[in-house]
Write a protein that binds this ligand. Structure first.
Ligand code: B12
Ligand code: SF4
Ligand code: SF4
Length: 343
């Protein structure tokens, strides 16, 4: 059967989860996206609003699409994702960004699968997507049976916990849908309770403007003061709500060499990160997703962590950046120096 062949090939290519859905989403997905946008919870991610129609309706993105193959790649860590949070002289980089950019890893496998599908069924048309396209990947993965959207809004899998990257092959092949994933959160609320910035107004609704992932990666300009202290030493992304999910205990550590943490990014020293210039920043983050945010935004985050470190030895580092040519960096440096002085 066509689906079995595709599933087997996806597994051979290294995907950890495979499911099939029709190229449609339930009406609630659109309604919830509209509410998220209407309440401004996307912050400055204007690109979410610009192509909302295509996000909510796969066929508005590609009218010929009949079915969707939803694919998951595990990045379940062998290490404790929260271990660095208590090392205040170090920066904590989110698990997903400690080595190669997952977009590259996933996209090459998605393309390989798509090429194989076209070679096997020459009448098939295919398009591949991962993350940046106007696609609602989590509701689609739930429709395809990969798991369910947990209360932290991410897709949770019984086998891989919260640690799956998602990607899709849209196709003109007609593939019967798998049963959708059923909600298995029950009365658990661990992910909601641990969130340092209280970013969930209610279960399954995230106010991105409060999320440390948004603040450290997407947000330009100064980080609002109310969120600086709760950020602690998280300098790129945040894993807290993922890491506490009890379903992670079934996840086996991933075996993708590109996702094993680089020694230089595992628990880097704040004092060294703050001193990076553009060239040093680009060299340290070669092929890493961190590179995308640029030196200035990154050093801004590092300075917030320095301000939170309580370490008087880092005060001189902050002071050295108080006149940085980038006004956002300079402001964060002054804030950090003052905070350490008060400490
Ligand atoms: C924008 C975005 C962000 C934003 C906003 C996140 C968000 N939750 O919306 C920010 C920058 C904060 C972010 C952070 C992260 N992200 Co992100 N992000 C995206 C992106 C590009 C779009 C997500 C989206 O459409 N949001 C809009 C909202 C409205 O949609 P939604 O979250 O699906 O919302 C649904 C629920 O709220 C639900 N809902 C609401 N009420 C109710 C009630 C009930 C009863 C039910 C059942 C459902 C329900 O309905 C909505 C629609 O179905 C996707 C890639 C993509 N193209 O899909 C990656 C993606 C979601 N991100 C991902 C990751 C890994 C992360 C981080 C873990 C990174 C990190 N370590 O820092 C964090 C996690 C933060 C969190 N708790 O969500 C992965 C998640 C993989 C997975 N297993 O789910 C994705 C899929 C990328 C990928 N290709 O792998 N992200
Ligand atoms: S990623 Fe961190 S800040 Fe964002 S919702 Fe999860 S716990 Fe909260
Ligand atoms: S931590 Fe609990 S509530 Fe949150 S996604 Fe996991 S099972 Fe659901």
């Amino acid at each position: 059967m066509t689906k079995d062949l595709i599933r087997a090939e996806a597994q051979r290519l290294g995907f950890d989860a495979v499911g099939f859905a029709a190229a449609t989403l339930p009406a609630e997905a659109r309604a919830r996206l509209d509410r998220f946008l209407a309440e401004g919870m996307h912050g400055t991610m204007g690109w979410m609003e610009a192509r909302a129609e295509q996000r909510a309706h796969p066929r508005a993105l590609w009218p010929e699409a009949i079915s969707i193959v939803s694919l998951g790649l595990s990045y379940a860590p062998a290490e404790d994702p929260l271990a660095n949070l208590s090392r205040r002289d170090r920066g904590n980089i989110s698990i997903y960004a400690r080595n190669r950019d997952y977009h590259d890893v996933l996209k090459s496998r998605l393309k390989a699968l798509a090429r194989w599908m076209v070679a096997t069924w020459p009448e098939a048309l295919v398009k591949v997507f991962v993350d940046t396209a106007p696609v609602m990947e989590k509701p689609l993965a739930q429709e395809a049976g990969l798991g369910w959207q947990g209360k932290h809004t991410n897709l949770v899998s019984r086998q891989h916990g919260s640690w799956l990257f998602l990607g899709e092959v849209y196709t003109t092949l007609s593939l019967p849908a798998d049963p959708p994933g059923a909600d298995r959160c029950g009365r658990c609320s661990a992910c909601l309770d641990i969130c340092p910035t209280r970013a969930f107004p209610e279960p399954r609704r995230l106010d991105a403007r409060r999320c440390i992932s948004y603040l450290t990666i997407e947000h330009r300009g100064p980080i609002p003061e109310e969120h600086r202290a709760p950020m602690g030493n998280r300098i790129y992304g945040c894993d807290d709500c993922l890491a506490v999910c009890p379903w992670n205990k079934f996840a086996r550590a991933h075996s993708e060499p590109g996702f094993a943490p680089r020694a230089s990014l595992d628990a880097p020293r704040l004092a060294e990160l703050a001193m990076l210039d553009d060239a040093g920043f680009r060299a340290l983050f070669t092929a890493s997703p961190v590179k995308r945010i640029g030196r200035d935004r990154f050093v801004r985050n590092v300075l917030v962590a320095i301000g939170n470190s309580g370490d008087p030895a880092l005060r001189a580092t902050a002071q050295a950046l108080a006149e940085d040519p980038d006004p956002v960096v300079a402001e964060a440096a002054r804030w950090a120096a003052q905070r350490l002085e008060a400490a």
